[in-house]
Design a protein around this ligand. Sequence first.
Ligand code: NIG
Ligand code: FE
Length: 428
Amino acid sequence: MGYQVKKARRATLLIRNAGQLLTLRDEKQIGPRTGENLSNLGIIENGAVASLGASILAVGTLEEIERSAIIDKTTRIIDAQGKVVTPGFVDPHTHPVFAATREEEFELRVKGASYQEIAASGGGIRNSVRRFRKTSNDQLMRNARRVLDRMLCYGTTTIEAKSGYGLSPEDEVRSLQIIKDLNENHPIDLVPTFLGAHEVPDEYRDNRQEYIRILTEEMIPRVAEGDLAEFCDVFCEEGVFNIEESRRILSTAKAYGLKLKLHADELSPFGGAELAAELGATSADHLVAISETGIDKMKAAGVIAVLLPGTTFSLGYDKYAPARRMIKAGLPIALATDCNPGSSMTENMQMILSLASTQMRMTAAEGFCAATINSAYATDRGEEVGSLEPNKLADLVIWDTENYKEIPYHYGVNLVKTVIKRGRVVYG
Ligand code: NIG
Ligand code: FE
């Protein structure tokens, strides 16, 4: 009988001495984690990770690693000194390409105005659109780069990135082009989403049907044919795009081969979750006001719920998405920043874990699952990132703590020590 010797490969990087190595690997559940499995972190005590170039070669104890990878003097060795090591965060809902922040609107809300009142009087998204159109590509790129640099040093290594502040064929393409350039030139990987249906721009306020025609007949075909986005999203909410309009826009996008996402049921139980299920969306996001039927239908259709507690927090509201009810129902949930200048100006996923714990009663383990492996699936990157396993990308964070439970608990500070993206140290 013949035998095969599996040739061990030489590691370019070894991280050793991780007091808690959160692999997020779970043999019991492939795909997004649900229910009790949302707490399975696949922790290896005193663990190590070896990588070759951009990819992980081996994960385990040092002895296990040495059986499957060659560690020699060419290998860069990082001693984690007993600290926590995790996959990089995947932030599955962000709006990083904008012209200016909107702190003046934040202050209006502090003084009592609501998000909808500000939007109805011409502020909100339309305020950002007016400024976007007057801003050069170079300036937009500098702004977005600043956002991404911050995300990286807070431990995020992959994001979903939406257009949606251009709202004309040229300006939306400009936004998606910036996302594409950043994906090629910034360490963070970006998954592009077309959000031309973020709002009806000023010039079509009296003729929204014409804007929807432009979306479906001009913008979506152009985005799909130019391979400028992987997902299409719609702000499906009272006063923005209704269910019928959202269905029309998203069905068109689907016919053009785009995967789907929805801003759904943020302010009222509007039927966005049900629509996400009907259309087979990858995720429905926000869901603060989701109905019980919405939860059931999303679960049956395999739609991931992306929860954005930073938005509720920054808008100064007190009603958060019903995470516990969703977990109990077996719905897969993910967490994101919703980083945007209007309703959630943060790049920091650690803060999102803190809010998930205090406001939605999610444990640190559930938060980590939701912000890594499940958010990877929410961006259709579940086979590439979100857990530490051979052949996935070597995207890791070394933390300045010995217990992962400190991360949501010790809030408002940055506990990241080192960030590794595709096998290279990019921060710390
Ligand atoms: O996710 N909801 C729509 N989009 C953002 C808000 C964008 C803005 O106000 O600029 C959100 O909350
Ligand atoms: Fe959003």
